[in-house]
Structures are given as C-alpha cells and as structure tokens.
Write a protein that binds this ligand. Sequence first.
Ligand SMILES: Nc1ncnc2c1ncn2[C@@H]1O[C@H](COP(=O)(O)OP(=O)(O)O)[C@@H](O)[C@H]1O
Ligand SMILES: [Mg+2]
Length: 302
Amino acid sequence: MNNIEAINVKKTFKIRNAKTSNKGDASAPKFYALDGVNLNIQAGEFFVILGPSGCGKSTFLDLIGGLTEPDEGEILIDGKPVEGPGLDRAIVFQQPALFPWRTALNNVSFLLEAKKVEKNSREEIARKYLSLVGLTGFEDRFPYELSGGMKQRVAIARALAINPEILLMDEPFAALDAQTREVMQIDLLKIRDQTQKTVLFITHSIDEAVFLADRVAVMTARPGVIKTIIDIPIPRKSRLSNDVRITREFIETRHKLWELLKEEVVKAQKYSKSSIEDCTPADSRSIKKAPVLSIPLDTRSE
Ligand SMILES: Nc1ncnc2c1ncn2[C@@H]1O[C@H](COP(=O)(O)OP(=O)(O)O)[C@@H](O)[C@H]1O
Ligand SMILES: [Mg+2]
C-alpha cells in the first residue's frame, strides 16, 4: 500500500526583495507557489506531473518527500499525514549528488547504513541494485570515472536500495543527452515493472510524460494547481516492444497534452519577464481543481 493524497495543498514563499519587506519580517509579502493542489495517486501507479518551469513541481515533490511543510492542506500517505522525510520514500533529483570520495557501490550502500543493515548485506544489496540499473562491473568506480548517465543510474540504484514504497523523481533525466535519456526512460520502465514501485515523476517534457506515465497531471503556471489529469491510452507492454513514439495513440496524446500545456508555458514566460508581485493567484484560483497525489527518499541532506 502506498497511496498518496494531496488535499487542498497550498505553499507560499516570502518575496525576499519586495520593497516593503524586511529580512525576518513575518508580515513580509508572500506569493503562492502552490494554490490548492488536489491529487490522488494510486499504489503502483506511474504518475507524471507536467508543467512549465517555475510552476511549483519541485515544491510539490518536496512536500511529499517531507522536506517542507504545506501552509495549508495536507499530504497523506496511506491515509497518514507526512511528517518529514522517511525511508518509505526515495527521491531522485536532477543532479545525482553522489559522494565523490565513495565508489559506486559505497554510494548505493550509504542509505543502508542509515537503515542499520549489516555490512555484508549492504554490499550484496548494493550489488543487486547496481546490476538492476545496468552497472555490473562498475561497482568500484568513483563518480569522476562515470558518465552523466551512469551517475544518474547510481543515484537511482541508491534510491531503490532502501526498498522504498514510493519513488519520487524530480526531472531525473533533464541533464542527460537525448540518446542517454531515451535509454534511461526504457530502463526505468523495466525497473518499475520489476520492482512494482509507485512512481511520481516530474518533467517538463511532453514526450517523456507520454512514454512513461499511466496518468499525467498538467500543472498551471504560477501559482501551481492541477489543471487536468489525463490517462495515457498506451499499454505498458507496447511501450517497450515497439517504437511507440510513432504510433497514432502516442502522437494524439502528445498533441492533446501540448494543447493543455501551451497556454501555461506562455503564462510562465510572461511571469518570468515580470516581477513576482505582478503574479496574482487569481487566475489559477478560477481553474477547476482536480483531485489526487504522491511520494519520497531524501538525499539532499548529503
Ligand atoms: N525556497 C524557496 N524560497 C522562495 N521561493 C521559492 C523557493 N523554492 C521555490 N521558490 C519559487 O517557487 C516557484 C516554484 O518553484 P519550483 O517548485 O522550483 O518550480 P518548478 O520545479 O516547477 O520549476 C518559483 O517561482 C520559485 O522561484
Ligand atoms: Mg523543479
């Protein structure tokens, strides 16, 4: 069981350089990064959140990971409120954030030390997950001896090694070259099939969303709310056996998502050129809210 639910989740941040604000002033102006997110992610689902840059995707994932708390609303995992990070949730970030002085094997076993797994078992588990991400033979390499894609594979192995129920992935392939990214997407689907995790995956790539997801939530530009959730009508198996990207279903779904997203991309670009004070939450508050959401393991403290 690892159902994730977000109920009317709001998150504000202070406007640091606002003319009227003083550092540490509790009454300093704030803006809504998230303004009432409702989501319900089912156990075992591969759920993708798609949205323009700055719409609050990472903010939302951090809340599920327990790295921050909502100002209003709540996040429940199997009906229980999230109260900080936990080993039931693993996070993979855009940058792999490996310890440079540890080998691939010791990077993967790191979180098992926190779980108090004894040394021999740690090594066995780390080898198993390095094998799962295709890195058998690279156990003793240091991060500087690995390519970008290999480092991200180590980060995924590290997340999986603690056997989390939920895998939170925040644009994990965004920094990779196009070919490596496609290979990683295929491998992630295979790993997901083998491990049966619930996955919450964040991206701003429509293609990536259609290829990976069971369902995709489109987020509005700042402040973020869920604009729409759509089912991806492509069976999981056919994604791995054919070049699914040239099928009619894939092309039509990609088009549908772009129609939903393009207005938000234009808004996000407009906001990025204006000051944050110009951005009121009024637009997004008028959007019909969809219900649901999701996951985490924290590596930021490294
Ligand atoms: N710790 C923070 N303090 C102040 N503002 C923040 C903080 N984290 C994020 N923001 C702002 O909140 C908005 C949403 O950010 P983020 O969740 O990172 O967007 P995304 O991941 O969708 O690109 C942005 O305007 C960003 O600048
Ligand atoms: Mg982000």
